[in-house]
Design a protein around this ligand. Structure first.
Ligand code: NAP
Length: 247
């Protein structure tokens, strides 16, 4: 894969899908900015691992729901590197409850973490990338944003919103050669899905045509493709990475 750009910011990259995205992009030659909000030890260890493997990485701490902090982080990256080529809005949380037991705060906290953060990142990077006349952004949404799920009205709203928002940004970015795409993973083996009960996991697997959960590298490789020059004519696209669970 080839990249005309040089650096990438990955939010929520201390572990799981975000960390694997950082590893894969560093291997492909990009300087990776590893964002974390808690657990600096994970981000530091990932930076060391990337550097030991000959890649370039830097750690940047901020809470992606904190507008001032996110805006400041992008400004700092641009000052340091002379620009920002790519952004992956990966940071996300769940807080599952049946809707009748879900407070408005439970709803809004997930929408803030998943959707508001991606909006801030997309808006700020579009400003920078428009001036550069180059850039590519990938938003990590979810299969749940496409089909909904009992107990996840907050998560589904945030990820469904992310899908629609990606298409809107794609229209706005296209005249300046800035692309926005979205990935909708199904069930991927990470801390987020580890917390599910075994019987729930087995039930999901029964319905997945490829008969297993996905691996983080299977999401990361699609992110790399969507950022790379190989996908230069793709924008506003939603790519499912779900083992066939929802076609
Ligand atoms: P994970 O293991 O829970 O990791 C999520 C990461 O995001 C953590 O490092 C977390 O940091 C970080 N994060 C959360 N809120 C943040 C914030 N406000 N600011 C900065 N960082 C923040 O989850 P994952 O499974 O890797 O999921 C990554 C993305 O893929 C999420 O957007 C998720 O919705 C999406 N996804 C996952 C699956 C799946 O099956 N795993 C399926 C579909 C979509 P802390 O440790 O500090 O909380």
């Amino acid at each position: 894969m080839t990249f005309s750009g040089k650096n990438v910011l990955v939010t929520g990259a201390g572990k799981s899908i975000g960390a694997e995205i950082a590893r894969v992009l560093a291997k492909l030659g990009l300087k990776v900015w590893i964002n974390y909000r808690s657990k600096p030890e994970l981000a530091d260890a990932l930076q060391k691992e990337i550097e030991q493997n000959g890649g370039q990485a830097a750690v940047i701490a901020f809470d992606a729901t904190d507008e001032e902090a996110f805006v400041g982080a992008i400004k700092a990256i641009v000052e340091s590197d002379g620009g920002l080529s790519y952004l992956v809005n990966n940071a996300g949380i769940t807080n599952d409850k049946l809707a009748i037991r879900m407070s408005t705060e439970d709803f809004m906290s997930v929408v803030d973490a998943n959707l508001k953060s991606a909006f801030i990142g997309s808006r700020e990077s579009l400003k920078v990338m428009s001036k550069q006349r180059f850039g590519s952004v990938v938003n990590i949404a979810s299969i749940i944003g496409e089909r909904g799920n009992a107990g996840q009205s907050n998560y589904a709203a945030s990820k469904g919103g992310m899908i629609a928002m990606t298409k809107s940004f794609a229209y706005e970015g296209a005249p300046r050669n800035v692309r926005f795409n979205c990935i909708t993973p199904g069930f991927i083996r990470t801390d987020m899905t580890e917390s599910l009960k075994d019987e729930v996991k087995e039930n999901y697997v029964k319905n997945i045509p490829l008969a297993r959960f996905g691996e983080t590298r299977e999401v990361a490789s699609v992110v790399a493709f969507l950022l790379s020059d190989e996908s230069s004519y793709i924008t506003g696209e939603i790519i499912k990475v779900n083992g066939g669970l929802y076609m």
